[in-house]
Structure formats: C-alpha cells, structure tokens
Design a protein around this ligand. Structure first.
Ligand code: SF4
Ligand code: SF4
Length: 351
C-alpha cells in the first residue's frame, strides 16, 4: 500500500470575517484527523507576493494538491499556474447548490492556448462558498485522496515498478497545531515553515489573472491596457508581466477580452471574478447587471474605467481612440459578446 500523502491547503479569506474563519477552523480541525493528508493554512492566495512564505511553501509542493479557497476554482487554478504552481486541473465534484430553475448547461469546450510546462500532478481547487458546513468539504477531500491514490497505483503498475513505501511521520493535531503542513513524507525534502511564517499577513493586491484554457492570444488586452500590466513571454504568449501596475478595483480589460479569459478574483461580479463560463450562466449574470444598473456596453464601460484611471494618474483620457479598433473592426464577424447574447435573449422574450 502506497503511503503517498496529499497536500491540502486552506487559503484564508482576506479580512477577518467570523463566519468564514469559523469554517476554516472547523475544516482544519477535521482534516488533521484524516490519515494521509498534509494540511496547511495560508493567507488568501490572491494576496501572496512572490517572497511571501505561503507562496514559497506552495512552490515547494510537488505532488497532488487540494486548494480550498474563497475564490472561484477557475480563478484559483490559473492564479496558481501564473505563479508557477502548475499541474493538471483536478475535477472537483463539489458544486454550488443549484437553483431549482438553474440550468447552466454544459461548460464550453476550452479553445485557448493552454498552459505550458505542466508537471504530472493534479491540482484540485475548491470554492469554500460551495457549502455552509465543513462536512461536504471533508467528504470531497477524502474522495480526491482516493482518486489520487488510485491514479498513482495505476501509474506504478504501468511502469512495472514496485510501489515506494515512504517514510515520514503522521500528521496529527499535536504535530501541526492545525497550521503547519510540512510534516509527513515531504518533511525530508521540503523546507520547513512555521505557522507564523505561513500566516504572515500580506498586503492586499489587485491584478488580472488569465485563464489560458480560454485565452486565444489575440492580444486585445495588451493593446487596451495603457498601464504596462501586460507583456509577452518567451513563447510570444500574453502574460501579466507587471501585476502591481494594475489599478486597484478596476476590471476594465476583463470587459474587452472577447473570450472572458481575464479574471479579477476579488471583483464583486461573478462573471469577472472567475465564475464558470456558459451561455445561459453568462446571460443570467448579465441580466443581473442590467437590472442592477450596469447595462452599459461592456467596451464603453471599460473605456470609461480606463479614462478614470488615466486622469487619476495625471494623464489625458483617450476614450475610444486607443486600443479598441481591432475589437470594433472584428465585432460583426467575431463571437457574440455577453451584451449581444443578452440583447438577443431580450428580443426573443419579446419584452
Ligand atoms: S484579450 Fe483575452 S483572449 Fe485576448 S490575449 Fe488577452 S486574455 Fe487572451
Ligand atoms: S484593469 Fe486596467 S490597469 Fe489593470 S490590467 Fe486591465 S486595463 Fe490594465
């Protein structure tokens, strides 16, 4: 029997929301009683700077990993990928409770450029908003642990290698105090971090996260952003090059991306924060926006947001004159955006 262990990371909510903290603590208390898990708690993933201990810890994990956070799974997964914490997307079966009349349909097939240099391990991202108590999360982590174990055993069998018996101490409540995950099979090879180091409060951050399963490398975002946030990597792929140049609270470029590939995980509107993309789901979000008073054309709204930030920087507003010509030119032939879908739906409803 293999004794590989699964790393489980709880990414805390930013701030000190008592209900969220209580769920996080209940989860830790339950998870550390499970065998075969290495449990860690870090501050909010989104806020971790490159030198934060929580980020260094994540980078040091090389096996399968479950990350429970207060972010949409799509946002958490691509945020990790952007930080070099890569893996194959592990599918979680824990979903938000569906409304009776809710039918988001099948998720769209990814048609983006995808991730590069993905190692042979899986990362499962779970949204802590998907259940109100800790039990469903514990059940899902158990299921994932079994899935990872089966996958490893099959791989070992296929390679005709004897399964490794790994040495290490068991994770216990006493051993971890509920916060230190560097115990168990990884102890000999991973750097050790104290709970205090892992939980050092980071400053709040704000930057776009690209979903490469959707991004087609069209470069509209780099044309649109006038603050030097975007660049291209060595493979000529779009990249968020200077994260902290982004203007706090502004999601402008997510509105001009034709693929809904740009996410701001802390933004209030789910479509921008990384909610699953689906035709009907997007429509419902847009209806909310419409009746909530956000019915402007997405591009016009993005331009207004960009102008506001330019003026705040002491620069001139540019309106529609910079960085959107390509989108406007392509629009009649390109895929319908959310507003188009919304207007079509309203037409069909004969309102
Ligand atoms: S606009 Fe969207 S699809 Fe185009 S390169 Fe930027 S992130 Fe990718
Ligand atoms: S939100 Fe504004 S500043 Fe930030 S990346 Fe997008 S366009 Fe640039």
């Amino acid at each position: 029997m293999s004794r590989h262990r699964l790393t489980v990371v709880i990414s805390q909510a930013a701030g000190k929301h008592p209900v969220k903290r209580a769920l996080e603590e209940a989860l830790v208390a339950a998870l550390i009683m499970e065998s075969g898990l290495d449990v860690s708690v870090i501050p909010s993933l989104y806020d971790l700077s490159p030198d934060h201990t929580g980020r260094l810890f994540l980078e040091s994990v090389h096996g399968d990993m479950v990350v429970l956070s207060w972010l949409f799974p799509r946002a958490a997964f691509w945020l990790l990928d952007r930080d070099g914490i890569k893996g194959h997307l592990g599918e979680t079966l824990l979903k938000p409770a569906a409304d009776d009349d809710d039918d988001d349909g099948e998720p769209e097939a990814p048609r983006g450029i995808g991730a590069v240099d993905v190692p042979e391990r899986h990362i499962y991202c779970i949204d802590l908003r998907d259940a109100a108590t800790h039990d469903p999360f514990i059940d899902e982590v158990r299921r994932i642990a079994a899935e990872c174990r089966t996958r490893r055993e099959e791989k070992d069998r296929a390679a005709s290698k004897p399964m490794m018996v790994e040495l290490g101490t068991s994770l216990t409540a006493n051993g971890t105090n509920g916060t230190n995950g560097v115990i168990g099979e990884h102890a000999a090879t991973m750097p050790t971090f104290t709970a205090e180091q892992l939980l050092q409060a980071p400053g709040r951050r704000w930057y776009p996260v690209i979903d490469y399963s959707r991004c087609t490398n069209c470069m509209e975002c780099i044309d649109f952003c006038l603050f030097g946030v975007y660049g291209v990597d060595g493979l000529e792929r779009i990249a968020v090059e200077n994260q902290d140049n982004c203007k706090r609270g502004c999601p402008a470029c997510s509105r001009v991306c034709p693929e809904q590939a740009i996410m701001f995980p802390d933004y209030k509107t789910p479509a921008i924060a990384g909610a699953p993309v689906g035709a009907i789901g997007s429509l419902k979000i847009d209806l909310t926006r419409l009746f909530g008073g956000e019915a402007k054309d997405a591009v016009a709204q993005a331009v207004a947001e960009r102008d506001r930030e330019l003026v705040a920087d002491g620069r001139d507003a540019v309106g529609m004159s910079v960085g959107i010509a390509k989108r406007q030119a392509d629009k009649p032939q390109g895929p319908k955006d959310d507003l188009d879908n919304l207007m079509d739906a309203l037409d069909s409803m004969d309102l």
